[in-house]
Design a binder for this molecule. Sequence first.
Ligand code: ISJ
Length: 264
Amino acid sequence: MASFEASSRDEGEGSNQTSLKTVRESLIRQEDSIVFSLIERARHPYNAAAYDNSSLKSSGCSLAEIFVREAEHLHAKAGRYDNPEEVPFFSEDLPLPLLPPYNYPQVLHPVAASVNITKTIWNMYFNELLPILTTKGDDGNYASTLALDLACLQALSRRIHYGKYVAEVKFRDAPMDYSSAIHDKDREALMRMLTFERVEEMVKQRVAKKAMVFGQQVTLEEDNWSGDTLNYKVDPTLVSRLYSDWIIPLTKVVEVEYLLRRLD
Ligand SMILES: C=C(O[C@@H]1C=C(C(=O)O)C=C[C@H]1O)C(=O)O
């Protein structure tokens, strides 16, 4: 595993199973889901009818919203939101899981449940990301398109809200330093303390590389494996930009919001 800027602080954590190292390893694995889901969604054009609030006159919302609401309803029955890493977009009136709850480890402070930026993620995904990820046009495959949107939204929500875990382990590593900034409600100091620019740079480079590797046309002819002649399924610089402009900044917003409530 790559060595991280803060690796010295990971050492000696002993009994603490969730360390900055394991949290970062999870973020690295989540990159795979995000990059794959973006590549899959980019197979279809934009398909505007699925997002138009006026297409379904009787409901007043878009087909996308109905799709995500009903999918979350079903996922709630299967226990998805028992896992504190999963944050639904429409948390009102979700049904209880049908199976008895699984005993997920309680790593976070209970205030974690109140940190939720799904509205921001929703707006970012539909207003900013989708128009640049997809080509213009309509292929009529709204169900497939929306199922792929759901996969993208879930992967993004999970990754961004995982900032709670990042913040928790950073807090446990340096409780005195963080506590004084939390008492002062000093967002800027918290943002400075939790930021590791070198790690962010590595993340941006790695996701661009993953977009190149996962997005190649794989053929059996040797020639097609030479990097610069390839036509990637999603522009690797777009994936890197998605991380630098939205995913990393929003993860850090979650980190700060969680820390501000960490001593409540
Ligand atoms: C997630 C972390 O916190 C911050 C956010 C990062 C991210 O979202 O990828 C990376 C580095 C830090 O600036 C971390 O330190 O690993």
